[in-house]
Design a protein around this ligand. Structure first.
Ligand code: ZN
Length: 414
């Protein structure tokens, strides 16, 4: 049973949109551009208060050739992913706060940490995630053929979409730019309902060379199955962190049935209750984000904004995976990478472990922490890896093949 009332849903989204409006112009869409807004909102179920703790915008993703084995370039700058990575930083900061006796969302519980019982997290996004959740049957009202009319001309579009004898709309679907994995079955691209395969893991569209980042539908499904904290934080926490409520904006296609298919069910034969520790609820806000795409001729904004509620509010703009405003010379310095890069987040992880020697010994044994590369450290998250392998087996069946290039170490941790 959904727990949030419609008025609370709209109040939370208004909070997200206000947080976006208050940000400076840099990184926001200019004329003829659109973007996606995603936020993670902390909800206090006792105090009934909510606050945006991480905000992300954007819809860009770099190709395989531009990935950096140093972990200093962000591969995926879709709003959902930016907001999630910002949220990881927020979680690290809260663990540090607890260790240093400041206010925190966590409690000490053994030598690891547990989220306070009154805290829940809500995920808001101004539109449905790319990939499987964007393959939605068209409702048949005239707003659905807007894109095609501007592309083909009105007459042609109507011929294409309407059955001439009955003058009724032919059934059709909204499409996604995300592509089926190479070596897997591909979309038939037939007219109408059979354009796409459904239930597939897909990679994000990108300019030129192919991206290896999976669609937001796939990533969100992973967060729902394994927790949003990822493998490194999983080793610091007693329990994964699950998003309880997902809210999507108005003015764009929406279907609760499709969200259930794409994020919770796919083609899995295993009962949802047996697969998921927490089953999230889905909601649609009645509020429309001001920069949704309304015309086929609009371009996506080049930048992604990340804004995180940390001690000193963190605000950065990311363009092509790098922090905007960093000189070429400084860009080579790994500590100038975006605060949510693999490099920066690994550094945060190591800083926390330096402050909790018991946990460090538990994770690293006798190895010196500075000598453990990022990818090797992630493999130490045994519980997380078990859950992730099981999820791939029973839910996704296949996953993108990213080369395991991230064997970088972080030095000079204070
Ligand atoms: Zn996306």
């Amino acid at each position: 049973m959904p727990i949030l009332s419609q008025s609370l849903v709209d109040e939370i989204v208004q909070n997200c949109i206000n947080s976006y409006r208050k940000l400076p112009k840099t990184g926001k869409p200019v004329d003829n551009e659109w973007t996606v807004l995603s936020c993670i909102v902390q909800y206090d179920i006792v105090g009934k208060s909510h606050e945006v703790v991480s905000l992300g915008t954007g819809s860009k993703c770099i190709g395989a050739k531009n990935m950096s084995s140093q972990g200093n370039i962000l591969n995926d700058s879709h709003a959902e992913v930016i907001a999630r990575r910002g949220f990881l930083l927020y979680l690290y900061e809260n663990v540090t706060n607890l260790i240093e006796n400041r206010q925190s969302i966590f409690l000490n519980d053994g030598f690891k940490y547990t989220l306070k019982e009154n805290i829940e997290f809500v995920f808001y996004s101004s539109q449905m995630p790319c990939g499987d959740a964007s393959i939605i049957p068209k409702s048949g009202d005239s707003s659905d053929i807007g894109d095609l009319i501007s592309k083909l001309g009105k007459r042609e579009a109507q011929d294409d979409l309407c059955d001439v004898s009955t003058k009724k709309m032919k059934p059709d679907i909204h499409r996604t730019g995300a592509k089926c994995l190479l070596n897997n079955q591909q979309d038939p691209r037939d007219a109408g309902l059979n354009y796409h395969l459904v239930g597939q893991v897909r990679t994000k569209p990108g300019r030129g060379d192919r991206t290896l980042s999976v669609s937001c539908s796939d990533k969100i499904s992973r967060w729902i199955h394994c927790g949003i904290q990822g493998s490194l934080l999983d080793m610091l926490l007693n329990m994964p962190v699950f998003i309880k409520h997902f809210i999507f904006g108005s003015g764009v296609p929406y279907s609760e049935e499709i969200l259930n298919r794409a994020l919770l069910k796919r083609e899995s034969e295993i009962n949802i209750e047996d697969r998921l520790k927490e089953i999230p609820d889905f909601y649609r806000s009645s509020l429309i984000f001001q920069h949704i795409r309304t015309d086929i001729n609009e371009r996506p904004a080049a930048g992604s904004i990340v804004c995180i509620k940390t001690k000193n509010r963190l605000l950065e703009v990311v363009v092509q995976g790098k922090k905007l405003g960093v000189t070429k010379k400084r860009a080579k310095d790994l500590s100038s990478s975006v605060s949510i890069s693999k490099y920066s987040l690994y550094k945060k992880f190591m800083e926390v472990l330096q402050k909790n020697k018991e946990l460090m010994a538990h994770i690293c044994g006798t190895e010196s922490i500075e000598t453990i590369p990022y990818n090797e450290m992630k493999r130490k998250a045994i519980q997380y890896q078990i859950q992730w392998n099981r999820t791939k087996e029973v839910f996704f069946k296949s996953w993108t093949l990213k080369p395991d290039i991230w064997n970088f170490c972080v030095d000079k941790v204070t």
